[in-house]
Design a binder for this molecule. Structure first.
Ligand SMILES: [Zn+2]
Length: 224
């Protein structure tokens, strides 16, 4: 806690003072461009890995970057999604998984969670991912299985996201773009899914123009 307290002093005395105009202008309101849904993991900070400023990302984090399907949870997740999409009008939603995700490993080994009943219950929202792995990837093990699990999991959350009415409405209007990302802790890089080629590719290997095309296709959009 001491490092947090000294950090507050440092922020107030140095950062806030130096950029006072920027920080005080934020008081007027927020207009984030993106809803970023990520894992609570302390090593995966959305603003740091995307080098974003305050005010740019509306962030929703939980254990395992899970989006419960519409109606499955009355918790903070659906409320945050509705707020970001309908009230704040974000143009993009990122769901970002990550390598070394403890929640994902726990989800794959539910028998180890007997002393964590609430975590076990929360991870039930990811049961579809677990079943896909069990039934479609039984031939894999070790790091190969983990790699597939991260990919399948983030894509399943994209599916769940589209069941939320606020998201469905904006998708049909073509006013929202979805992104499935995986942060690779060991490489400081992000893989992004593209419906076009059906796979993940490193965003840092691509030009900005190519990188912006790596999105989840909007199947609900009515052609103009
Ligand atoms: Zn995680």
């Amino acid at each position: 806690m001491n490092s947090l307290l000294s950090g507050i002093h440092q922020f107030h005395a140095q950062v806030f003072e130096r950029e006072k105009d920027f920080y005080t202008q934020l008081v007027a309101g927020q207009s984030p461009s993106t809803l970023f849904i990520g894992c609570s993991d302390s090593r995966v900070d959305p603003t740091i890995i995307t080098q974003s400023d305050l005010g740019e990302l509306f962030v929703l984090r939980n254990a395992g970057n899970i989006v419960p399907p519409h109606g499955a949870s009355n918790g903070g997740e659906p409320a945050a999604i509705e707020c970001a999409v309908s009230a704040l009008g974000v143009k993009d939603i990122v769901i970002c998984g990550h390598s070394g995700c403890g929640a994902l490993q726990a989800m794959m080994n539910p028998e180890k969670m007997s002393r964590l009943p609430l975590v076990k219950s929360w991870l039930n929202h990811a049961e579809a991912t677990r079943r896909i792995l069990e039934e479609n990837y039984a031939h894999l093990s070790g790091s190969d299985l983990i790699d597939v699990a991260i990919r399948e999991h983030v894509l399943m959350q994209i599916e769940n996201l589209q069941t939320h009415p606020a998201v469905a409405v904006k998708l049909q209007r073509g006013e929202l773009t979805l992104h499935a990302w995986i942060y690779l802790m060991e490489a400081g890089d992000i893989l992004a899914y593209s419906t076009e080629d059906g796979g993940f590719a490193s965003l840092t290997d691509l030009s900005l123009k190519e990188a912006t095309k790596r999105t989840v296709a909007n199947v609900r959009r009515i052609p103009a």
